[in-house]
Design a protein around this ligand. Structure first.
Ligand code: SF4
Length: 307
């Protein structure tokens, strides 16, 4: 085989990895992890709920001796940390009443969402949150309200009751297009109501979503890296699936499968806001490894065919 022919063969099996322009861990999660590690060095610490929805990060925190409790009643350390997802004023008051010291890692953009919800309620709006009813952030956003609704799908909007004033805000990690669609639906369902929408989807989520669209449009295969229970990661999967038929969600490099990349020229890569850089790097390295195996196999079979 001539050298030129060999290079052509190798090139025809080469994949380009296209990283989304914005991907991976956001400043809110990064700061919360740093704060947890700092306090864990100072003394025993319990985190209320999962600090982030990423198993790699959580096992790292566990290795530092940090405990996790799903309810304040189960906390056995003198200090409790509220996660980046935030919590309600009522939960904070209950925590302090138990004599626990509170460390707040609430992301400033979650606080913006809390202020928006409080303003809507104060101005007499019936609050509707676009988000997952049982998500810790949504529980925090609604925890100080006596009456509210949570919607995630069109059917949830159809089940809403009439209110003269409806105030809508969103879980910070929802896809903004979906949020806008549901707000439009609420407006159409209740044309005589005063429907006020405050866009509380955070900027890092919006940046990751729009960068994922640009990337997925060009990719033959998309790999989305993030925890299975991470809401924003799952939203990235859904968004990419609208523009690319072959989308795979992985938690770590161990989940990457060789057969996903058959005949792929461009492999897109993105990651949720709780995914650490080193996890993304390892997934990319694994894709490169698969590419090298595909190249070797293909070049060998071309060479054998020429003999
Ligand atoms: S996803 Fe957005 S709101 Fe949540 S921690 Fe990150 S920056 Fe903050």
């Amino acid at each position: 085989m001539t050298l030129q022919y060999k290079v052509l063969c190798v090139d025809s099996f080469r994949m380009r990895i296209l990283r989304a322009a914005h991907l991976g861990m956001c400043f809110g999660v990064r700061d919360a992890i740093a704060l947890a590690l700092e306090h864990a060095d100072a003394g025993p610490l319990t985190i209320l709920g999962d600090l982030v929805h990423n198993p790699t990060v959580l096992s790292g925190l566990e290795a530092k001796g940090i405990a996790v409790a799903q309810d304040v009643a189960h906390v056995r350390t003198p200090t409790l940390m509220v996660t980046a997802h935030g919590t309600s004023g009522r939960t904070l008051a209950r925590t302090r009443a138990l004599g626990l010291a509170v460390v707040e890692a609430t992301c400033p953009l979650v606080r913006v969402a809390h202020h928006a919800v409080a303003a809507l309620a104060r101005d007499g709006y019936h609050v509707v949150i676009v988000g997952q009813r049982d998500h810790v952030e949504v529980r925090g956003l609604t925890g100080d309200l006596d009456r509210f609704d949570v919607v995630l799908e069109d059917d949830d909007v159809l089940a809403l009751e009439w209110h003269s004033r409806i105030g809508v805000a969103a879980q910070t990690t929802q896809a903004v297009q979906k949020v806008r669609h549901l707000v439009d639906l609420i407006r159409r369902r209740f044309p005589r109501s005063d429907v006020r929408f405050i866009d509380t989807v955070c900027r890092p989520t919006k940046e990751r979503q729009s960068a994922a669209v640009v990337m997925a449009r060009q990719a033959d295969v998309v790999i989305v890296v993030g925890g299975r229970s991470s809401n924003n990661t799952r939203e990235l999967v859904r968004t990419c699936a609208r523009y690319c038929a072959r989308v795979h969600h992985v938690q770590t490099d161990a989940d990457v499968r060789h057969e996903w990349f058959d005949a792929a020229k461009v492999v897109g890569l993105t990651a949720g806001t709780s995914t650490p850089d080193h996890v993304i790097d390892r997934v990319e390295a694994r894709i490169r490894q698969v590419e090298a195996q595909i190249e070797t196999t293909a070049t060998r079979s071309v060479a054998e065919g020429r003999r």
